[in-house]
Structure formats: C-alpha cells, structure tokens
Design a protein around this ligand. Structure first.
Ligand SMILES: [Zn+2]
Length: 164
C-alpha cells in the first residue's frame, strides 16, 4: 500500500487523496496490479533475429526514405509497407543522458543505470542504456558504440551503448 493511501486512511478512514492539479478527489486502489505485456513481432522478426547475431537493425521506407528506430514494418508517413532492413554500424554521438536512481518497480533489481540518446551515423536516434565505468567520463557529443549485450540477471539479449 502506498504511503499516501496509508496516510489518507489514517486521517479520513478512506484511501482518498486530492489530485494536485485539479484538486478533485482521487481514490487510490489498494490492490497492486502486476502486468505482463505480449505483443506480436511477426512483422519485425528481423530485428530479433539480428539481435541474436549481434546486429541492431533499423528500417528505411523504400518509397519516402523515412528511417525508423525502433524499426517499423509499416510507414506511418506514406502508409506503405515496403521496408528495407538496415543493420546499424553502431557508430553514434551521445546527445543526452541521465542516470536513473529512482527506478520503476520492475527495474528495481538493477543497479543505478544511465539511459542515453545518441544520433547514429545512419540518421536515426537510439535510446539505450549507456555502460560506462565512471559517469564523470561522460562528455557532450562523446562517441558511443551501440552493441548487443546480455542483460543480467534475466540473461536476455538487448542493446546498449558503450564509449568508443
Ligand atoms: Zn514512407
């Protein structure tokens, strides 16, 4: 149960709080839900096959040249589905990053981590964790390399940045 709900129950006997912006009453559910998502990957299976081979793919619309990362199978711009799958070289330039110290509950088992956005040589921007031994070594526009890694303790393959 959240501290807010506890406090409210103690004071009013009900898990009711005031929404900060609208000042309208809000009921805080005392049940915590655990959600697990499933989503179809048939049209972007190349992306996952690539990860297994150590490659990170983007897509490029053959009609309008728009590039997508994460890859998309259908172009939202011209509504075509004629995509070219292009493996990223991995070369990128860090645009921004932040260290996450207060984590979502589903990430609570990880040590503090750094999330960065880099401009990739191929023209897309990628959001990924940045592996660096000392955050003080992070410099504006530093060169980073996107690589595939195993994320522990789950041991699944994903992609992360590392300094070049
Ligand atoms: Zn297009």
């Amino acid at each position: 149960m959240s501290d807010l709900a506890k406090k409210s129950i103690k004071e009013k006997g009900l898990p009711l709080i005031e929404e900060p912006k609208t000042k309208l009453p809000l009921y805080i559910s005392l049940r915590e839900l655990s959600l697990r998502y499933h989503f179809g990957t048939a049209k972007i299976q190349t992306f996952f096959e690539g990860l297994k081979e150590g490659k990170v793919y983007m897509t490029r619309c053959r009609k309008c040249d728009e590039k997508f990362f994460p890859p998309q199978a259908d172009c939202p711009k011209c509504l075509e589905s004629d995509m070219e799958w292009i493996p990223l070289s991995g070369e990128g330039e860090l645009l921004t990053c932040t260290m996450i110290t207060v984590k979502p509950s589903t990430f609570a088992h990880y040590d503090n981590y750094i999330v960065g956005i880099a401009q990739m040589k191929e023209g897309v921007r990628v959001l990924a964790w940045l592996q660096i031994d000392d955050p003080r070594k992070i410099k504006p526009k530093m060169k980073v390399r996107l690589t595939t890694v195993r994320r522990e303790p789950e041991h699944f393959i994903t992609y992360e940045f590392a300094p070049m």
